[in-house]
Design a protein around this ligand. Sequence first.
Ligand SMILES: NC(=O)c1ccc[n+]([C@@H]2O[C@H](COP(=O)([O-])OP(=O)(O)OC[C@H]3O[C@@H](n4cnc5c(N)ncnc54)[C@H](O)[C@@H]3O)[C@@H](O)[C@H]2O)c1
Length: 292
Amino acid sequence: MAGRLDGKVAIITGAGTGIGEAIAHKFAREGARLMLAGLRDDPVEDVARSIRENGGEVAVCSGNVSHEQTAHDCVDKTIDHFGRLDVLVNNAGVFLEVAECQDYSVPAFDVTVLNNVRSVFLMTKFALPHLQRTRGVVLSAGSESGHMGEGNNAPYGGTKGFVHAFMKGVAFEQGKYGVRANCVCPGPIDTAWTHKETGPMDEQMEQMTVAGTVLGRRGTPEEMANVYAFLASDEASYVTGALWYADGGTTIAKGGPGRQVPSTIAEQPQPTLPLEHSHDGLRNKQAKNRLH
Ligand SMILES: NC(=O)c1ccc[n+]([C@@H]2O[C@H](COP(=O)([O-])OP(=O)(O)OC[C@H]3O[C@@H](n4cnc5c(N)ncnc54)[C@H](O)[C@@H]3O)[C@@H](O)[C@H]2O)c1
């Protein structure tokens, strides 16, 4: 059966773990040939081996793609190896520290900006000349937090806000070359980041993050990979400049942060205006569809 990505060559950054590992397997299953990028200690070679065992064609570039030379080499190596580039997936990113802004460390901020922002810019910059030849696609990992902000890791949400606007700008200017650019914006996904045992979230943040979805659970890496595969394929040929939410409804959920607020702070201010009809708006109206 023909794969949706047959004939395409894709670079996937951060491909050794989490969502990136799933994107790699999904794209291989859909027929793409792959360049997998990851930090030196990441299990990228493991993922590559597993894909090869299943008949996929894959190469690896190891190193930090927030470094200019490494990003450049990664794209060059892809062209040398496969002769073309159709899809860049900027999936690499970090979620390092959970702290209110006044306590957030400057080194964590700097590393977050490097890995989540500079890497996306560099990889996109170096890939674009090749993507223009193939009318290719750039897909970047956004996040619902790029839209909503991320309390207790505000810098992280800020970097994702950058990625959202950056992809829209790229989509705007590259349309004339036939290049599409989009973000996939996950909610809480079942990777190291959303478990207190394997990431910086404490128990309360972990619970609130999952409770903040309307589906009541984390998404899986494979569910994210399915979205990336669609957006990378020709089936998404009219999708560009999109923030493609795959967040279990986080952005439409009301959430529960108010439960944390002490009653002294949550107390409503005393009225100073002579309001007598604050709650009268539904009087004399049909109420049969009221839920409570
Ligand atoms: N997990 C979530 O809940 C969630 C939610 C929204 C968005 N996202 C986004 O999805 C992406 C993947 O997240 P994940 O949960 O799979 O995390 P993960 O830590 O499992 O994967 C990220 C990978 O990127 C690698 N990486 C980081 N910086 C790099 C760099 N400069 N060069 C090369 N490799 C680098 C890491 O080593 C890691 O293997 C991230 O961009 C993240 O912001 C994740």
